[in-house]
Design a protein around this ligand. Structure first.
Ligand SMILES: [Zn+2]
Ligand SMILES: [Zn+2]
Length: 225
């Protein structure tokens, strides 16, 4: 039984192990369709905000526990370039470990900043870039949370106007099915607003858990960033 919560990999592993012991299927978005009606499950989601190397550390840890998750990748990030040699290799390794790569999109923000751009076209280009660089099909998307001073809409509202099927997306992380119909918890801003993930295990049968790799570490907060 877990006693003390922390942001280190020891606690993260303990949370996942406890979930496995309690019978949860821990899955990426792309496997939601294989879940049976009575199965307890956790959709494990990671948004890569600033550093791909941290995400790789988490992806390896999960792999050692036999767990796969969805890693959402940005294409407009100022702090990483997905075609840079080391980042490219890290993303390939994340894929080879069985994880899913999804698009962490910024289509509304981008369309606001660059005048006269169409958000749908921006979205499709973002998706195409990720698919082309990694030679994959992207089926899952999650809105990135920053919004510009110029824009009043959050990227999340993109799918209020465009059906996801129209842009080749099967799973939108902010669909009601994954945020309201099941329990959704997040470690945004380095804090669990509704308690650490371990506190929900055994109480909620179905969860989406958003874990940002940047807040979690093996030895200290400043490693591999
Ligand atoms: Zn905990
Ligand atoms: Zn984000």
């Amino acid at each position: 039984m877990i006693k003390t919560c922390s942001w280190n990999y020891v606690h993260y592993s303990a949370c996942l192990l406890q979930a496995q012991e309690q019978g949860y299927a821990i899955i990426p978005f792309q496997e939601v369709g294989s879940i049976t009606e009575k199965q307890q499950f956790i959709i494990l989601r990671h948004d890569i905000e600033r550093s791909i190397s941290r995400a790789l550390g988490m992806a390896r840890l999960e792999n050692s526990l036999g767990i796969r998750a969805t890693y959402f990748v940005r294409v407009h990030a100022a702090s990483y370039n997905i075609f840079e040699y080391n980042n490219y290799q890290a993303l390939q390794e994340i894929l080879s470990l069985g994880h899913e790569i999804g698009l962490h999109f910024e289509a509304l923000d981008f369309a606001h900043i660059i005048e006269k751009e169409n958000p749908t076209e921006v979205f499709l280009r973002e998706k195409k870039v990720l698919e082309t660089i990694l030679k994959i099909s992207v089926r899952s998307a999650a809105a990135h949370g920053e919004h510009t001073s110029a824009g009043s809409q959050h990227n999340r509202s993109f799918f209020e106007n465009i059906p996801k099927e129209e842009v080749g997306i099967w799973y939108n992380a902010y669909d009601a099915a994954f945020t309201r119909e099941i329990k959704y918890i997040s470690d945004s801003f380095g804090m669990w607003r509704e308690n650490c993930m371990c506190k929900h295990l055994g109480k909620e049968p179905r969860l989406q858990i958003l874990v940002h790799p940047c807040w979690w570490f093996k030895d200290n907060l400043f490693e591999g960033s």
